[in-house]
Write a protein that binds this ligand. Structure first.
Ligand SMILES: C[S@@+](CC[C@H](N)C(=O)[O-])C[C@H]1O[C@@H](n2cnc3c(N)ncnc32)[C@H](O)[C@@H]1O
Length: 262
């Protein structure tokens, strides 16, 4: 739904924030979704596919549908010898201790059931000197627009993402408390584009507009009116409609990089 916004973030931190990934690396794409980090790693370092010693990417997610989708891509691209996909909760990683050289959790931590457990498991799985990257959103206009639309329509006051997750310092503290040795934070720019505001709200409202208790027939009758309210809130949050009718929005990610002590 959010297009290339997460792979755009991964491409930048792989280029600017993470030490080069070399042959023999053991990489974890934690909460991989449809594999944004896996794809960004293989775009940035295509030589890993035939490197010796062999590099491995473990691409894991709690959602079997994501893993099935990524598995198809892995097979169609011929990545099977390097990319191992598995359904796995980030709170309970079936990866051996002290083995992973690079652990990526792109847009995962704020949606996980137990973030401190995720941090602890990430540290446990990392090799001494290994690096972890966790990203969150500093600016996520469609989520803010969603919160206001849901508040107006359904009287809800719980946000899509808890406010503390917009601050990099929240992730820094989480990783410090877990025992990471060195931690840095920075921001990277991203964004998304959709064919039209109509296409965007059809997609977004069907994913995120459902009231607690499920859709009703009245919701069906109100579908266009509710989408229109959501479109107004998106525009207030900075969505821009171009001359081509495409809708674009600017997003900013927090990138927190943390090292396990030697
Ligand atoms: C916003 S998506 C990000 C996907 C991908 N990392 C990316 O950058 O595009 C969050 C992903 O985390 C997964 N997820 C949520 N909670 C999880 C958990 N506790 N353990 C593993 N994966 C989880 C979701 O199923 C979803 O695929």
């Amino acid at each position: 739904m959010i297009g290339d916004s997460t792979i755009t973030v991964a491409r930048q931190y792989l280029r600017d924030n993470v030490p080069p990934i070399a042959a023999g690396a053991i990489i974890h794409d934690n909460g991989c979704g449809t594999g944004a980090v896996t794809r960004a790693v293989l775009e940035t370092y295509p030589e890993l596919l035939w490197s010796s010693p062999k590099a491995t990417i473990y691409a894991t997610d709690i959602d079997p549908a994501c893993i099935a989708d990524l598995e198809k891509r892995v097979t169609s691209r011929g990545w099977n010898s390097m990319v191992k996909t598995k359904v796995m909760p980030a709170e309970d990683l079936s990866l051996p201790p002290s083995t992973v050289t690079h652990s990526f959790a792109n847009s995962l931590i704020f949606g996980a059931r137990d973030p401190p457990k995720v941090a602890a498991e990430t540290l446990r799985s990392l090799a001494p000197g290994g690096v972890a990257v966790m990203t969150t959103w500093a600016t996520l206009p469609h989520a803010k627009a969603l919160d206001r639309t849901r508040a107006r329509l359904y009287g809800e006051d719980h946000p899509h993402i808890k406010p503390e997750w917009y601050e990099a310092s929240h992730v820094e503290k989480l990783l410090k408390d877990a025992g990471f040795a060195k931690i840095t934070a920075s921001k990277v720019e991203s964004g998304m584009e959709h064919e039209s505001m109509d296409a965007w709200t059809q997609l977004a409202w069907s994913w995120m507009g459902q009231p607690q208790g499920g859709w009703t027939e009245q919701n069906e009758r109100d579908w266009d009116a509710h989408r229109s309210l959501y479109a107004d809130e998106c525009l207030k949050e900075g969505f821009q409609v171009g001359e081509d009718g495409h809708v674009r929005v600017h997003m900013v990610a927090n990138v927190v990089v943390a090292w396990k002590g030697e």
